[in-house]
Design a protein around this ligand. Structure first.
Ligand code: TXA
Ligand code: MG
Length: 338
């Protein structure tokens, strides 16, 4: 891909003056602001309609000085950084004293990630001489499906200048397609490393580098992760998750009840007039997931029926997002079949 360096420089200057910019990353598009500027970070929350006590990830260049953001970078973090940065892995570390509370949601930790997308890399290099931090949650309204194209971002927030965004950098469709894996390293002594959000980088890959098992998130002591709320990542159309073996029967019953359904499937067995087929491998499926969900969401269907993918660990990131999109699967089916 050719980099539009003029657009990237212009975006860096806009960020430096406190403006919001949409930034492509390899996972999803981010709604970016200067992480060192509390007013700019507050503008992210206002644009998204996100509660202000939710922390945002700080994106850094590969050779940025992490001590600006984290008060300690344990050996475990170094090992994961060497293995996976730049790439789709976010590390939660104890925060440095001068990190704005707007970034951390008032917590004593900070999320750091070095994205591999060439446009994000170039922007991070250009912004504050490569030593700044770019705060960026996914560029969608709170609770909605993350954007994986520049057009998705414009669909959410309007064109640059017409809404909260000063610029939208177009980096093509995001390669990974689901949000980064998040590993919490702030409680190594008590709980060990904790997987807060699964993604393309699997628990097994992280465990192999660390040489120890990851703990599952716990509800009480865990830092707030908005991506871990139920009803997150949901389209406007209700979503129901249905096992392959039951698909044909459920679809037939919905049709008989006069329901207009959109089908998202991965096996060849299933099909419907209004449908999207995703690849039968987890990386290919993740790449197309949000594009397909967004496309089916505009079809005026009563329901998006999703064929449940395999349940093995390679599908963990995909299954996590689908479970949240279909958070009321049983209730929705009962209502539409009744
Ligand atoms: O792939 C990604 O991570 C994308 C791209 C743009 O980098 N970003 C993203 O941001 O998904 P967001 O804000 O939509 O989700 C980030 C998650 C949130 O659930 C947030 O609560 C969590 O990271 N997070 C950020 N800082 C944290 C912290 N200090 N402790 C616990 N969770 C944190
Ligand atoms: Mg998000």
């Amino acid at each position: 891909m050719d980099l539009d360096l003029n657009a990237i420089r212009a975006a860096a200057r806009l960020l430096e003056t406190g403006k919001l910019v949409a930034m492509p990353t390899e996972t999803v598009y981010g709604l970016a602001a200067d992480a060192g500027n509390p007013d700019a970070v507050a503008a992210i929350f206002a644009a998204k309609g996100r509660p202000s006590n939710h922390p945002v990830i700080v994106h850094v260049a590969r050779d940025a000085d992490l001590s600006r953001w984290a008060s300690a970078v344990p050996d475990e973090a170094r090992r994961l950084i060497d293995a996976f940065w730049p790439g789709p892995l976010t590390l939660i570390l104890p925060r440095a004293a001068n990190v704005p509370a707007a970034v951390t949601g008032g917590q004593d930790s900070v999320g750091l990630r070095c994205p591999s997308h060439p446009v994000a890399q170039a922007l991070l290099k250009e912004f504050r001489g490569g030593q700044g931090g770019i705060a960026a949650p996914s560029a969608n309204r709170f609770g909605r499906v993350s954007p994986t194209t520049a057009q998705h971002v414009i669909d959410e927030f309007g064109a640059p200048g017409a809404g909260p965004l000063a610029a939208v950098l177009d980096g093509g469709q995001s390669d990974v397609g689901i949000e980064s894996t998040i590993v919490d390293l702030t409680r190594l002594d008590t709980r060990g490393p904790v997987m807060l959000r699964p993604g393309r980088i699997s628990a097994a890959q992280v465990e192999q580098v660390l040489g120890r098992a990851l703990a599952a998130p716990d509800d009480t002591a865990a830092p707030r992760v908005s991506g871990s709320l139920d009803a997150h990542y949901a389209p406007h159309t209700p979503v129901a998750l249905v096992e392959s073996a039951e698909l044909e029967d459920v679809v037939a019953r919905l049709r008989a009840a006069g329901r207009r359904i959109a089908l998202m499937h991965w096996s060849d067995a299933a099909d419907a007039p209004l449908s999207a087929q995703l690849p039968a491998d987890p990386d290919g499926y993740a790449h197309g997931l949000y594009v397909s969900l967004r496309a089916l969401d505009t079809q005026g269907a009563d329901l998006i029926v999703v064929e449940q993918p395999p349940q093995d660990s390679r599908w963990q990131g995909v299954n996590d997002r689908l479970r949240r999109a279909a958070f009321d699967s049983a209730g929705v089916l009962e209502k539409l079949l009744g």
